[in-house]
Design a protein around this ligand. Structure first.
Ligand SMILES: N[C@@H](CCC(=O)N[C@@H](CS)C(=O)NCC(=O)O)C(=O)O
Length: 215
């Protein structure tokens, strides 16, 4: 049995990755929610994670922190679920774009914080932010065109690559980012995923407000 420790569903983009992976691949887990920047968070987080960050997957006496490490662990524990594409070449690209997300895109992260409640464009963009948005668009378009034939996700069937980009889909929706046709269709496919919709519904029911993410 797994326990997944997460932050607020409205704001915690890294938590969404761990949660969506488990939910979408039908893995049972108990959810522990620690609202970010709250007293509960600072009191409890060290019980679960040495990094002090969410998400954390707990199984038996082991704790796995970091969203991508959780994805890799689940993929190895449950090979029958095919969390990564089965084709070697597609899998290498899926890992490349997932790691590119995990280790970069600081303009998107800083200027477009995840906030499911929001539906409003930012007042002004910057060339650096535009470049990152264009790079995400390029990734989505090329993955769909090169590997997407078997389904409506980046590599056809739903995979860890979609998990890694799910918060970006929500950000582009919240900030009304305009995209090309292939990328817009991909966003629609993601927004039709029942477990992602469940996350959004839970997020909209939350009441905490974190000013930092409400610019
Ligand atoms: N690289 C980490 C990032 C985790 C992360 O930054 N989590 C944020 C929430 S989205 C957090 O726990 N923030 C709490 C804090 O900074 O005190 C991952 O992939 O899981």
């Amino acid at each position: 049995m797994y326990t997944l420790v997460i932050g607020n569903k409205n704001y915690s983009s890294w938590s969404l990755r761990g949660w969506l992976l488990l939910r979408q691949f039908n893995i049972n887990f108990e959810e522990v929610r620690l609202p970010l920047y709250s007293e509960t968070f600072s009191e409890k987080i060290k019980e679960y994670s040495p990094s002090g960050l969410v998400p954390i997957l707990v199984t038996g006496d082991q704790s796995i922190w970091d969203s991508l490490a959780i994805c890799e662990f689940i993929a190895e524990q449950h090979p029958e679920l095919r969390c990564w594409p089965t084709d070697l070449r597609a899998r290498a690209i899926a890992r490349s774009v997932s790691n590119e997300m995990h280790s970069g895109f600081f303009q998107i992260r800083n200027n477009l914080p995840m906030n499911c409640r929001r539906a409003k464009a930012i007042e002004a963009s910057t060339p650096e932010l535009d470049r990152e948005v264009a790079r995400v668009s390029e990734i989505w378009r090329t993955c769909r065109e090169s590997f997407g034939d078997s389904g409506s996700f980046l590599f056809g069937d739903f995979s860890i690559a979609d998990v890694m980009y799910a918060p970006v889909v929500l950000r582009f929706k919240s900030y009304l980012i305009e995209l090309g046709m292939v990328e817009t269709e991909y966003m629609q496919s993601m927004l039709s995923v029942a477990s992602l919709q469940e996350w959004i519904d839970d997020a909209l029911a939350e009441e905490e407000v974190i000013d930092l993410y409400e610019q």
